[in-house]
Design a protein around this ligand. Structure first.
Ligand code: C2O
Ligand code: CU
Ligand code: CU
Length: 571
């Protein structure tokens, strides 16, 4: 990572004067509700420092994005128009939906085009988010401002006595650290992320009523982990993690969130009118190895210039809360019992899948902390499917961190329950339904998940490190969920024995034993049809000469609509 030494000095100055600079009212992103959402990705400029226009991106605006409030059970449509001059994607982080609507690197939205995913909301009430996920472009596009919150509501949550009036007693809190270069441009690939923003606001304050408030904390930073708490060590209640509310509310004074993670907390400000409270980061308490702690690693493995950033290992204010008068119907007590949980039973697991988080060889010590990093020895490749999961299968994933830095592991499609970390049960804040979990250096973390509802032999889901710089550098893998029963049934019902060779193939693929009028289609990993023909004889030869190497799916559909799919590899 390169580094701008001049700017860190400025960062230090700003950091030191936090309490004296003018405070800005916290922006509460506008909320969009309903089932049909028009989202326009735009570019423009935003003034963060007087005299400087900073180029930024946003959705329905030029900086940050609206909050999407959706209901479990609703069928929703998003019309996402890309008015940027470059390709991008929009990923619905945490939502369980078909892979073709997931918005990963394969669902490219080209300039001026509109992408319209539509799906049924199946997730439980919780806090999710959306952000770009372009191949090697996630860090840049998130840094430039595209990140928004998704709030899912459901009947179980609605039955609880909880604050839920958006922007009144229920607040989105998207915490991000940003780097500005000398020209006040937002910078990536630097250790100089010394500016903290909440919902895109620098030095924010929020007028919060003297009652129970709900804060939906989202760490939307590219690299930094926070250990949140309040000034005076005011206790708060953790009520929900990434993908749902917990069974019981837990009283805490700290909660650690790595990039991508969310937590819903309740803070009781009853009786505190006219006091000032700070949401703080207690970075000095973070253990070594976490990006955000005072030290990641020492000696040759130390990250260059890491120690010059005052936010690393610092205790500092994130958001000032000015406690104001109560609203008309305040919530003043906090519930203890929330939503009954039935964690996935480890005895039902049908497979253990191991993912190694490791440095890219040849390994010198700086690569143990700075990367690039691999997953199972591989760097992300758009044309490769790394793992195949059977639809309906319950799996234990075993994450082994062989590097010297902690990585927040994130999986698309499903939520998981953390089973254990080495021999220990998960911490209080890693309980419940999760989709991101921080794996500490040297640790083996096991989680359990069930891959239900959505199979697609062609279009993959992602799993990756949510440190966006690591993700962009290739610390990501892909998996498809295959409905083997359907394809086997389809194959059998075709009442033919199709012979496909060679596989892997080079320039030609031979298909023999076809019924008449079988539709032959070949798809690439983007889900694009690259070949289509109708069989006239019982055999055909497909030319692959013009196709790039990688995985393809051959789909055969006979005259009765019976279908079979076969994975083809072109070398
Ligand atoms: Cu929040 Cu795959 O990302
Ligand atoms: Cu995601
Ligand atoms: Cu990582």
């Amino acid at each position: 990572m390169n580094f701008l030494r001049l700017n860190i000095t400025l960062g230090l100055l700003i950091f030191a004067t936090w309490s004296t600079v003018a405070q800005n009212p916290l922006t509460i992103p506008p909320a969009l509700t309903g089932t049909n959402f028009n989202l326009t990705i735009q570019s423009g400029t935003t003034t963060f420092y007087s005299g400087y226009n900073t180029p930024t991106y946003g959705i329905n605006g030029v900086w940050m994005a609206p909050t999407l409030i959706i209901n479990k059970g609703d069928s929703v449509t998003f019309n996402v128009t890309n008015n940027l001059p470059v390709n991008t994607t929009i990923h619905w982080h945490g939502l369980h939906l078909p892979s073709k609507w997931d918005g990963g690197p394969h669902q490219i939205i080209t300039p001026t085009s509109t992408w319209s995913p539509r799906f049924k909301v199946m997730n439980d009430a919780a806090t999710y988010w959306y952000h770009p996920h372009g191949d090697m472009k996630t860090e840049l596009h998130v840094t430039k401002g595209i990140a928004g919150m998704i709030i899912v509501k459901d009947v179980a949550e609605a039955a609880l006595t909880l604050p839920r009036t958006y922007g009144v007693d229920d607040f989105p809190i998207i915490v991000q650290s940003k780097a500005f270069d000398v020209l006040k441009q937002l910078a990536i690939a630097t250790e100089d992320d010394s500016t903290i923003m909440v919902n895109g606001t620098m030095y924010p304050y929020l007028n919060a009523p003297a009652q129970v408030i709900r804060m939906r904390l989202l760490n939307g930073s590219t690299m930094r982990t926070y250990l949140f708490g309040f000034s005076g060590n005011i206790p708060f209640k953790l009520i929900g993690t990434d993908d749902g509310l917990l069974d019981t509310a837990t009283t805490l004074t700290r909660i650690r969130l790595s990039p991508g993670e969310r937590a819903e907390i309740l803070v009781n400000l009853t009786g505190m009118q006219s006091q000032t409270v700070y949401l703080k980061n207690y970075g000095a308490e973070l253990p070594n190895g976490i990006h955000g702690a005072a030290i990641v690693a020492t000696g040759a493995a130390a990250i260059q210039d890491y120690n010059l950033n005052p936010l690393n290992g610092g205790n500092y204010n994130i958001l000032q809360l000015n406690v104001v008068a109560q609203t008309s119907s305040p919530v003043t007590t906090t519930p203890t019992t929330l939503i009954a949980q039935t964690p996935i039973n480890p005895a039902t697991a049908q497979k253990v899948r191991r993912i190694l988080l490791e440095p890219q060889p040849p390994v010198d010590s700086s690569k143990m902390t700075e990367g690039p990093f691999l997953m199972n020895g591989k760097s992300f490749d758009m044309t490769v499917i790394n793992d195949t999961v059977k639809l309906g299968q319950t799996e234990i994933w075993e994450l082994i961190n062989k590097t010297l830095i902690a990585h927040p592991f994130h999986i698309h499609d499903v939520f998981f329950n953390v089973l254990n970390i080495n021999v220990n049960p998960p911490s209080l804040s890693d309980r419940g339904k999760k989709d991101v979990v921080l794996v500490m250096p040297g640790d083996t973390l096991r989680f359990i998940s069930k891959f239900e509802d959505f199979a697609d032999p062609v279009v993959p889901f992602m799993y990756h490190c949510h440190l966006l710089h690591h993700e962009d550098e290739g610390m990501m893998g892909s998996f498809v969920v295959i409905d083997s029963t359907t394809s086997i049934k389809g194959y059998a019902n075709m009442n033919i024995s199709v012979n496909i060779y060679p596989n892997p193939a080079h320039d030609e693929l031979h298909v023999e034993g076809l019924n008449k009028n079988t539709t032959i289609q070949l798809y690439d990993v983007f889900g694009r049809e690259v070949y289509k023909a109708q069989s006239i004889q019982d055999k055909t030869t497909i030319s692959l000469a013009n196709l790039v190497a990688g995985n393809y799916v051959l789909q055969l559909t006979d005259a009765n609509g019976e279908r079979t799919v076969i994975k083809i590899n072109k070398e």
